[in-house]
Design a protein around this ligand. Structure first.
Ligand SMILES: CC(C)(COP(=O)(O)OP(=O)(O)OC[C@H]1O[C@@H](n2cnc3c(N)ncnc32)[C@H](O)[C@@H]1OP(=O)(O)O)[C@@H](O)C(=O)NCCC(=O)NCCS
Length: 158
C-alpha cells in the first residue's frame, strides 16, 4: 500500500515524539512539538497504512514536517524521516508536499536553517531547489561546543 499524506494532529504527538527522538541528534521536546499546532504553523506527515485483518487498520508514521507561514514567507522548522525508512525518497516527497502547500497559500519565500554538519539535510534541500544564502556563526550547541547554522532559501513563482 502506498504512503498517504495528511496534516499532523495533537493525537499524533506520541508517534511524532518517538520519530523525533529516533531521527534527530538534537530532538525537540514533547512540549515544543505540541506547540506546533498553533495558528501560524502548518504541518504534513507521511503514513504507511496497513490492513491487518478485515476490520483492523494500523498506521506507521514515516516522516513529517513542521513549518510556519506568515504572509508570503514560510520557514521550514523541522523535517524528519524514520531512520529505517531514510534513503527511499520520503524526505523529498515531504518537501515537495510542503512546497505545494506553500504555493496554495501564496507563499513565495521559503527559508530554513540547518546545522553546518548536517550534510544529508543540506543535500536534500539543494536537490529540492534551495540555495545557501548565509550563515549564523556558532548558532547551535554541539558536542564540540557550537556549530554554524547554514541559511537556505527557495523562491517560488508568484
Ligand atoms: C534529511 C532527511 C529528512 C532526508 O530524508 P530521506 O527520506 O532519507 O531523503 P530522500 O531519500 O528523500 O533523499 C532525497 C535527496 O536528498 C539527498 N540525501 C538524502 N540523504 C542523504 C545522505 N545521507 N547523504 C547525501 N545526500 C542525501 C540526496 O540528494 C537525495 O537524492 P537522491 O536519492 O536522488 O540521491 C533524513 O535524513 C532525516 O530525517 N534526517 C534526520 C533529521 C534531520 O536531520 N532533519 C533535517 C534538519 S531539521
Amino acid at each position: 500500500m502506498s504512503p498517504v499524506f495528511r496534516p499532523l494532529t495533537p493525537d499524533d504527538l506520541d508517534a511524532m515524539l518517538a520519530l523525533e527522538q529516533a531521527a534527530h541528534a538534537h530532538p525537540w521536546s514533547r512540549n515544543v512539538l505540541a506547540d506546533s499546532f498553533g495558528n501560524r504553523y502548518f504541518t504534513g506527515s507521511l503514513w504507511l497504512q496497513q490492513q491487518q485483518a478485515a476490520t483492523e487498520k494500523s498506521e506507521q508514521l514515516l516522516g513529517y514536517f513542521i513549518a510556519d507561514g506568515i504572509l508570503d514567507e514560510s520557514t521550514l522548522m523541522n523535517i524528519c524521516v524514520a531512520p529505517e525508512q531514510q534513503g527511499q525518497g520520503f524526505g523529498r516527497q515531504l518537501i515537495t508536499h510542503y512546497l505545494h502547500l506553500c504555493e496554495r497559500q501564496h507563499i513565495t519565500q521559503c527559508w530554513l536553517e540547518v546545522r553546518a554538519s548536517n550534510m544529508a539535510a543540506q543535500a536534500l534541500y539543494q536537490a529540492c531547489g534551495y540555495q545557501e544564502n548565509g550563515r549564523r556563526r556558532h548558532y547551535y550547541q554541539s558536542a564540540a561546543g557550537a556549530e554554524d547554522a547554514v541559511l537556505m532559501a527557495l523562491l517560488l513563482n508568484k
